[in-house]
Write a protein that binds this ligand. Structure first.
Ligand code: PLP
Length: 471
C-alpha cells in the first residue's frame, strides 16, 4: 500500500499537465492547488479502502480524465445559469424576471464603459442618476413624479419613513401579508417607525373602519396588494377610489403597495382572466404614492419604483435614507432599456420575456411541448417514456396568485430511475435544470424554456442519466 501512495503524481506534475489545457490553466492558482490536493486526498482514501489496487491506475495519464472533470465541476462559479422548466414565470428563487436583449446590452455597456450616470450632458455639471428613468416612468404611468430605489421593500420603507414617520398609518388587517422567505410586510413597515393601525377583520374591511380609525395621529392610509394569497367567499375590501376620497376629506395621502405593478394591461389585450389594475389605473384613481417591484410583472431588473404626486415624491427624494437604498448603474441601464419598450405596449409584450411567457397561447405551448418531446425521444430513445398533457403554469412572484395559466407539459418517465432520482441528478448537470413532478412524471413546462435551450435540455437529461449510471 505504501508503494501505491508513493506512486501518486506530485503537485508539480499535475500543475504541469493543467498548463496544457487553456480553460483550466486560467483558473486562480490557489484554487487549482486546493482542488488538486482534495483530489489526491480522494485517491489516498481509495487506496486505503482498496478501491485503487494497481500502480498503473495512478499514472497521471490514467488519472487525468477523472481529475480534469473533477477540477471543472468543482471550479464552477457558485452563482450560475439554471434552466427553468417549472413553468413559474416570475420564479423568485430562480432570479425572478429574465431581461430583454436590449436591457442586457445596456447593462454590458454600463459595466464596461464610463457613463453620464450623474453627469448632465446639457450643462457639463453634476446631474441626477434618477433623470435617466423618471421621464419615462411618468410618461408611461401618467404620474407627476417618480424615483427608483433598490427594491420594493425599500420603496415601502422609504415612503412610510418620509410621509408617516412616527405617526400612524391605517391598513386593513387582511392586507398584512408575508411574502415568502418568512418576510413580512408589516415588519418592514414597522422599521420605518410608523405605527401600523390595523382595521377591519381578516376577511372584511369597510370604509367606515378606516374612517373611525382616523385621528390626530394619522399620517396616511395604506393599501397593500395581497400578493400571494386570495380570500374568496365572504370578503370585502375598500376600493382605492373610495380610500382616496376619504383621504381627501381628511387631508391624508393614500399609499398603495402594488407589489407586482404592471404597466401592461392584460385585460385590454384579451387576457380577461387576469383582472388586476395597472399602475396607470392606480395613478388615475388618485393614489398619492404607488410603489412596486421592477423584477416582477414589469419584467425588468430588481428595483423598487415609487410614483406619485410631486409634493410627496419631492419629499421622498430628499429623505437621507434614499441614499442608502439607491440603485446602481447596471440596474438603471437595464430599467431604462426595459421601460422604453413600454412606450409601445405591443412591443413590450413581444420583447419583454416575462410578458411574452405569460401571454403565450395554448396552441403555441402545445406545439412547443410536442417539439421538445420529439427532440428528447430522438436523443434518449428507449431510456424514457414521454407524453404531452394539459396542465397549468403559474405567473409567480406574488402576481395573480390564483391564476392558472393553461399549458402543456412534457412528462418524462425513466426506466432506470425514479422521479426523485432524476430531479436530484438534474441539479448537478451543467447547466442544472429545475422541473416539477406531476402525476408521477418528471415534467418540463415549455412556457419558461426558450427554444434556444432545447439542446441544453436534452444534454442535461443525458448528463443526468449518465451520472446515475456511473454510480
Ligand atoms: C414582492 C412584494 C414586496 C417586496 O418587493 P421586493 O421588490 O421583493 O422588495 C412588497 N410588497 C408586496 C405586496 C409584494 O408583493
Amino acid at each position: 500500500m505504501s508503494e501505491l501512495f508513493r506512486k501518486l503524481p506530485s503537485m508539480d506534475a499535475v500543475l504541469g499537465r493543467v498548463e496544457k489545457e487553456q480553460d483550466l490553466a486560467s483558473l486562480p492558482r490557489n484554487m487549482l492547488k486546493d482542488l488538486v490536493n482534495t483530489f489526491l486526498d480522494l485517491c489516498r482514501e481509495e487506496i486505503r479502502s482498496g478501491i485503487i489496487t494497481r500502480e498503473d491506475a495512478l499514472d497521471l495519464k490514467n488519472l487525468w480524465p477523472r481529475l480534469r472533470i473533477f477540477i471543472k465541476v468543482q471550479a464552477r462559479p457558485h452563482f450560475r445559469r439554471v434552466i427553468n422548466a417549472t413553468g413559474v414565470v416570475i420564479h423568485t428563487n430562480l432570479g425572478r424576471s429574465i431581461l430583454t436583449e436590449e436591457a442586457s446590452r445596456a447593462v454590458t455597456s454600463a459595466c464596461l464603459h464610463y457613463s453620464n450616470l450623474e453627469f448632465s450632458l446639457q450643462t457639463g455639471q453634476r446631474g441626477s442618476r434618477y433623470s435617466h428613468v423618471e421621464d419615462l416612468l411618468c410618461r408611461i404611468s401618467g404620474a407627476e413624479s417618480g424615483l427608483v430605489v433598490n427594491n420594493n421593500a425599500a420603496a415601502v420603507l422609504l415612503t412610510l419613513d418620509t410621509l408617516v414617520k412616527t405617526r400612524e398609518v391605517i391598513v386593513s388587517r387582511g392586507q398584512l401579508v408575508e411574502i415568502g422567505g418568512s418576510f413580512r410586510i408589516p415588519d418592514v413597515m414597522a422599521k420605518s417607525g410608523a405605527r401600523l393601525r390595523e382595521v377591519g377583520a381578516t376577511n372584511r374591511t369597510h370604509l367606515k373602519d378606516y374612517e373611525q380609525a382616523i385621528g390626530p395621529e394619522t399620517g396616511a392610509l395604506l393599501k397593500v396588494h395581497t400578493s400571494n394569497y386570495r380570500i374568496i367567499g365572504f370578503f370585502k375590501e375598500v376600493s382605492l377610489a373610495d380610500l382616496v376620497k376619504l383621504g381627501q376629506e381628511h387631508g391624508l395621502p393614500v399609499i398603495e403597495d402594488m407589489g407586482s405593478g404592471n404597466f401592461f394591461d392584460f385585460q385590454a389585450h384579451g387576457f380577461s382572466f387576469m383582472p388586476e389594475p395597472t399602475v396607470q389605473q392606480v395613478v388615475r384613481d388618485g393614489a398619492a404614492v404607488v410603489c412596486f417591484s421592477g423584477d416582477k410583472l414589469l419584467g425588468g431588473p430588481q428595483a423598487g419604483i415609487i410614483l406619485g404626486s410631486k409634493q410627496y415624491i419631492d419629499r421622498i427624494k430628499k429623505n437621507p435614507l434614499n441614499r442608502a437604498m439607491r440603485i446602481d448603474k447596471m440596474t438603471l441601464a437595464a430599467l431604462e432599456a426595459t421601460l422604453r419598450l413600454y412606450l409601445d405596449p405591443e412591443l413590450a409584450r413581444q420583447k419583454v420575456p416575462t410578458l411574452r411567457m405569460i401571454t403565450m397561447g395554448e396552441k403555441e405551448l402545445k406545439n412547443k411541448a410536442q417539439r421538445l418531446k420529439n427532440r428528447i425521444r430522438r436523443h434518449l430513445g428507449g431510456q424514457v417514456r414521454s407524453k404531452v398533457f394539459p396542465a397549468y403554469s403559474r405567473v409567480g412572484g406574488g402576481a395573480f396568485p390564483e391564476q392558472d395559466l393553461p399549458t402543456y407539459l412534457v412528462g418524462l418517465e425513466f426506466s432506470s430511475l425514479t422521479c426523485d432520482e432524476i430531479r436530484t441528478a438534474l441539479l448537478r448537470t451543467d447547466p442544472p435544470m429545475v422541473g416539477r413532478v406531476e402525476e408521477d412524471f418528471f415534467c418540463l413546462d415549455p412556457r419558461t424554456i426558450d427554444d434556444s435551450e432545447f439542446t441544453m435540455v436534452v444534454a442535461a437529461l443525458k448528463e443526468a442519466l449518465q451520472e446515475v449510471d456511473d454510480r
